[in-house]
Ligand binder design. Sequence first.
Ligand code: NAD
Ligand code: UDX
Length: 469
Amino acid sequence: PVKVTKICCIGAGYVGGPTCAVIALKCPHITVTIVDLNQARIDAWNSADFALPIYEPGLVEVVKQARGRNLFFSTDVDKGIKEADLIFVSVNTPTKKSGVGAGFAADLNYVELATRRIAAVAHSSKIVVEKSTVPCRTAESMRTILEANSRPGCRFDILSNPEFLAEGTAISDLFSPDRVLIGSLQTQEGKDACGSLSDVYANWVPKERILTVGLWSSELSKLAANAMLAQRISSVNALSAICEATGANIDEVAHAVGFDSRIGPKFLRASVGFGGSCFQKDILNLVYLSESLHLPQVAAYWRQVVEMNEYQKSRFSKTVVDTLFNTITGKQIAVLGFAFKADTGDTRESPAISLVRDFLSERAYVTIYDPQVEETQIWLDLAEACPTVPLELIKKQVTIVKSAIEACKNKEAIVIATEWKEFREIDWHTVYTHMNKPAFVFDGRMLVDADALRQIGFKVKVIGRGERV
Ligand code: NAD
Ligand code: UDX
C-alpha cells in the first residue's frame, strides 16, 4: 500500500473540519489541507482568535495544536488536490429540492463537482475517499467520472469511509470511535488503497475497530446506522404518546426496556422529535433507494420513522395550544433552545424551527434564546420555514434575546426545545416571579425537575408523562 503523507479534504464543514483536524493532530507526519469554496468559512478556520465557523466542544484545542504545523485551511482547491496522495470528499449531500426524486433523493451535485475537479487537475495517482453520506453505488459513479477524465498514468482508487461522529461530541467520537468503516473494491488495488487509509487511522484507532468491507456494504451501512438510530427515537416517541394518554412515564418505560441487554439503554430518550442534518435526510435517501429498487414495502417501513417524527413535533405544538386554554393567539411564549441538540450551534432540521413556525401560525409572540445559535441563522431558518410570510412580519412576532432569564420575563409559557445544560440550572424562582400567571413550562427534552417546579407554582408538562397540569 502507498504510504500516505499528504491528505486533502474537500469540504470544511461539520464533518471535514473536525475529522481532518483530528487526523492532523494524531498524525504529525501527515500534512493535512482542508479546502472549501466558501471563503468566509476558510477565513473563520484561519482566524487569529480561533473564532471557528462551527461550535464543537474540544475543537478549538485540536485546531490550536495542529494549525500551521501540519494542518492548513485554504480556498485553493486545485492546489490541495494536486499535492495530495489521498483526498477526502466531504461535501454536503442535502435532500434534493427539485427534479427527479425531489424531497427524498440526495443531491449529489456537490459530490460530482468535487469529483470532476479532482479528475481535471490531478497529475498523479490518488486515493479518493468518499466521506460524505451518499446513496449506494455513488462510488461507482465517482470511479466512472474519474476514469473517463484522467490523464495517462494517473490511477484513481475509490474508497468509501463514512463518518459516524455526532455533533456536540464530534471530538471525543473521533478520538475513540466505536468503529472506522472502510469500503473498497475487492481487487488487489482496492485492498491496497484500503490498507493505506487503515494505516492512517491506525495511528490512534485500535486495529480491531477498523472494519473493512465491500464498497456497497460500506455505503449502505451508513444509511442503515442512521435509520436504525432514528428508528429507536421514533419508537420511544411513539410510546411517549401512549404514556401521556395513560399516565405511564416514558422515563420508566425506556429504563425498563433498555435494561434488556439485547436492547441497551442508549438513544432511548423521548423528545420533541429528532433533528439534525442527517437522520431525516438519510432515511429519505433510503426510502428513495428502496423505491428505485422496486421495494415499496421496505420504503414504506422506513418512511414511517420520519412520519412519526413529524407527528411528534406537531403533537407537542398541539399540547402547548391545548393546555393554554385552546388558544395562544396574542400570547407570549419563550422558546429556550434553537439548536437541534445541546452542545452545537447547528440548527439544521431543528425541531425548534417547527415549533416556532406552529406558534407563529397561531399568531403567538415568541421570544427565543439559544446559547450558541447566531441570530442571523434564526432569521434564515424562520424565513425558510414560513416562505409565505415576509421577514418583517416574522420580526414583529419574534424576539431573539441573550439570556434565558430575559426570554422568560413577562411570558405565559416557556417551551424547552433543546437540552442545554444551562437550562437545568436556571433560577426558576426568579423566573416564576417575573412571569404572567398561571405560568406554564412545556419540557420537550425531559430536562427539568417537574416536581420542584410545581412546588414553586409552575404548571408543568413534560413529554412522555401522563400527569395532568
Ligand atoms: P457542511 O455543509 O457543513 O459542509 C460541506 C462543505 O463543503 C461546505 O462548507 C461547502 O462549501 C463545501 N463544498 C461543497 N461543494 C464543494 C466543492 N465542490 N469544492 C469545495 N468545497 C465544497 O456539511 P457536513 O455537515 O460537513 O456534511 C458533509 C457530509 O457528511 C454530508 O454528506 C453529510 O451527510 C455527512 N455527514 C454529516 C454528519 C454531521 O453530523 N453533520 C455526520 C456524518 C456524516
Ligand atoms: C447522527 C448520528 O448519531 C451520527 O452517528 C451520524 O454520524 C450523524 O447523525 P447527530 O445528528 O449529530 O448524529 O446527533 P445525534 O446525537 O444522533 O442526535 C440527533 C437528534 O436526535 C437530535 O435532535 C437529538 O436531540 C435527538 N435524540 C437523540 C433524541 O431525541 N433522543 C435520543 O435518545 C437521542
